[in-house]
Design a protein around this ligand. Structure first.
Ligand SMILES: O=C(O)CCC(=O)C(=O)O
Ligand SMILES: [Fe+2]
Length: 437
């Protein structure tokens, strides 16, 4: 029985199409009567100079033939667009080329409501992960701590996580080495396909077509490592080897936390791990150089992460902010710790019990900030849906099933902000429509 979409859901879908460039393409089918179903919706995004991707979102049925999806195309950088030319080379390039820059290039000036104001420091929960290796009672305390942190904050800091600080430092150092390469070298990894296993780029997912953010990034697939290792940057020469060691450790760590989260949700301990199938890991290495007018722009606009859990480390420059109770709060840097956050996949799997949390990055005038965010997710072809034990007569399914790859592609391509990528898959039972910040 195909799903039935209400007129309000159709309105959201039309709104997405509208925000993504206006007209519906030939591939888009939005049905306006209440009794019809939507098979496949393909949103043609406007081709912009930096996010030139064509996005597609499979709604249902899950087995929609992938032939109906529009494939991202390799569109060359558009020199004619404002911000084409120099901006496309990245913010590090701009800063290196004009070390005395005093004014923010206009492409980076954020719309007024998105400009960060001063915020308070966040007392995000701290979880001692060593408790998970302890005896039953101690483990239960740690599971409970993780469960409350997930429910109340969706963000927590972990200590005693078992990963060597020297490996964390080496990873940050080799990431810095990558960004210090010439832009020509980095551009070897540039791709306009959001699903490319390795991508160097700048900006991405900006709130407005012509607004850029003050960050360069290197994103690539991690676990299962053998599938993409040979594609990762081989310059700096140690990058692949350090990233492999680091990502393997972080994958194991994420699985350990996922076990505790499964237990906290009342599921079998290996429920989440099993739901991942082979699993997928995507790492985003973010580089935010000093910015001439940090109060007029952002490093990353408010967003939630698509995966299940993100494990984030950073150098000693603060900049992460989290939305808590509708207010932005700053996450202090504590050396040797990781910050963990819930992503959309876990919000869906937990049927909304745990919420993915909006977060953003601000920039500063003096220092370069580097962060490394590694997300644990299911295999690309996994069907993402609420865990069946969490769906019953009392608690209807709050999300429609979707193929992870399609969700990720859509979430990565959309210029929409906040958690709005989740909206199209929310059901009528879900009345917590996320408002973009
Ligand atoms: O740089 C940060 O602190 C946040 C990075 C982030 O949110 C991301 O890469 O998804
Ligand atoms: Fe993020």
């Amino acid at each position: 029985m195909p799903p039935v979409y209400s007129s309000s859901e159709n309105t959201i879908l039309k709104e997405i199409a509208h925000q993504n460039g206006g007209a519906l393409s030939r591939n888009m089918q939005v049905v306006s009567t209440q009794t019809q179903s939507i098979g496949t919706i393909c949103c043609m995004l406007p081709i912009s100079r930096l996010t030139f991707c064509t996005s597609s979102l499979v709604m249902a049925p899950i087995a929609s033939p992938s032939s109906q999806l529009t494939t991202p195309t390799n569109t060359p950088f558009d020199e004619q667009q404002p911000g084409g030319g120099e901006c496309r080379k990245g913010v590090k390039y701009l800063v290196d080329a004009a070390p005395n820059m005093r004014t923010l290039p206009s492409e980076y000036i954020m719309p007024q409501p998105l400009i960060p104001s001063s915020v308070n420091a966040a007392p995000i929960p701290i979880v001692d992960l060593s408790g998970l290796d302890g005896a039953v009672e101690r483990r239960m305390i740690a599971v409970q701590a993780i469960s409350s942190a997930c429910a109340e904050w969706g963000f927590f800091r972990i200590i005693n996580h078992g990963i060597d600080i020297s490996l964390m430092d080496e990873m940050l150092e080799t990431v810095k080495g990558f960004f210090n390469l010439s832009w020509e070298e980095k551009m070897k990894y540039a791709s306009d396909d959001v699903m490319n296993p390795v991508r160097y780029g700048t900006s991405l997912n900006t709130p407005k077509k012509h607004t850029l953010v003050w960050r360069d990034y290197l994103r690539h697939f991690g676990y299962p490592i053998h599938k993409s290792f040979h594609l990762w940057p081989n310059n700096p020469p140690n990058y692949r080897f350090i990233a492999k060691a680091y990502l393997e450790e972080v994958w194991k760590l994420a699985l350990k936390i996922a076990e505790a989260i499964s237990e906290g949700l009342g599921l079998e301990r290996d429920y989440i791990e099993k739901s991942l199938g082979e699993g997928s890991q995507i790492v985003a290495c973010n580089y935010y150089p000093p910015c001439p007018e940090p109060n007029r722009t952002l490093g990353l606009v408010g967003h939630s992460d698509h995966g299940g859990l993100t494990i984030l480390m950073q150098n000693d420059v603060e900049g992460l902010q989290v939305k808590h109770d509708e207010n932005w709060v700053a996450v202090p840097h504590v050396p040797g710790t990781f910050v963990v956050n819930i992503g959309d996949y876990l919000e869906i799997l937990s049927n909304g019990r745990y919420k993915s949390v909006e977060h953003r990055a601000i920039v500063n005038a003096e220092k370069t900030r580097i962060s490394v965010a590694a997300a644990l997710g299911p295999e690309m072809m996994a069907t993402v849906a609420p865990a069946s034990p969490l769906v019953d007569e009392k608690s209807e399914s709050k999300f429609r099933p979707i193929i992870y790859k399609d969700y990720m592609r859509y979430q990565q391509s959309t210029p929409l902000r906040g958690k709005s990528a989740l909206q199209p898959i929310m059901t009528m039972a879900n009345n917590s429509i996320a408002k973009p910040s």
